[in-house]
Ligand binder design. Structure first.
Ligand code: NDP
Length: 268
């Protein structure tokens, strides 16, 4: 057995009953022969996240909707790209400190590696995930545009140097990659942006990515019909989890571990 004995991890969120993180992380622990547990921790009040993390004596945690921003605020220290994003999806305990990281951003970049050349990107949505994607895409020197239903969340993106639009003032443009970073797509015929607009956008695009992972969304189905190469959020989920694992237990992820984590999703 590995020397990392009896470590304790959790996923925090407002409703993590159906989260895939436990099965994925436990598969990784088993594969790496690490004695650790990973539990679901539902939280009603996000302002208690650090307190609950410490009370639960966790060594590390993943954080999901809607607590990534409050987790950022409450962390004793934030490292890496998370500082610019303003949201963390990973906590670790380091001596007496709670340290926060964001692995969604790099997890997304890994997930789109097989798309090939991407220079112009349209992100639909302006929530926490959109922020992570915009920051990491700008860091990679991509041209990033944002379109969101409401205008009030666009300031962050404008300051980052993105082209920003609300639905109301959007004008058609050409992009290599279109991303759905909203939580929309679980219902039939529900699109993150007007269907007719999406059809016009897709005509000039090559790739479509959806952060939603549990289903093939109408957004992705439409993109596929228009001949785009598509991908749902499953690989992003796996990579953000694997990158979090590197913070949790000081290992380097490799292809085999990624495969193990991916395979586990089908076993849930
Ligand atoms: P947020 O709640 O922070 O943001 C929601 C966004 O969706 C906002 O821009 C909001 O627009 C938009 N939106 C909500 N309802 C509608 C609607 N009816 N029509 C159009 N736009 C709408 O969500 P997150 O950023 O935390 O998460 C977004 C998605 O990404 C979720 O599905 C999440 O599960 C997924 N995700 C996947 C990951 C993965 O590993 N695959 C990792 C992280 C997230 P408005 O401002 O107008 O309200």
């Amino acid at each position: 057995m590995d020397e990392e004995l009896g470590k304790k991890f959790a996923i925090f969120g407002s409703n993590v009953k159906h989260s895939k993180s436990p099965v994925m992380q436990e598969a990784a622990f088993k594969y790496k022969n690490i004695n650790a547990t990973y539990v679901r921790h539902n939280l009603k009040d996000g302002t208690k996240i650090k307190e609950e993390f410490l009370k639960g004596e966790y060594d590390g945690a993943n954080i999901t909707t809607p607590y990534k921003e409050i987790a950022f605020e409450l962390a004793d220290e934030v490292r890496g790209i998370a500082k610019k994003i303003g949201a963390v999806n990973t906590y670790i305990k380091e001596e007496d400190k709670v340290v926060g990281f964001n692995t969604d951003a790099d997890g997304f970049m890994r997930a789109i590696e097989d798309f090939g050349t991407v220079e112009d990107v349209l992100i639909i949505g302006a929530g926490g995930t959109a922020k992570a994607l915009a920051v990491v895409l700008k860091k990679a020197k991509k041209r990033v545009s944002i379109v969101n239903r409401s205008a009030d969340k666009l300031k962050f993106f404008k300051e980052l140097g993105c082209k920003v639009n609300s639905w109301k003032n959007y004008h058609l443009d050409a992009y290599d990659l279109i991303i759905n970073a909203t939580s929309i797509g679980f219902k039939e015929d529900e699109y993150p942006f007007k269907k007719s607009k999406l059809e016009n956008i897709f005509i000039n695009s090559s790739f479509a990515f959806d952060c939603v992972y549990a289903t093939e969304t109408p957004f992705l189905i439409l993109a596929k019909e228009e001949g785009l190469k598509t991908k749902n959020g499953e690989d992003m989920l796996v990579y953000q989890g694997a990158l979090a694992l590197e913070h949790f237990i000081d290992i380097k992820i490799d292809k085999n571990l990624i495969e193990v984590m991916k395979d586990s999703l089908g076993e849930d």
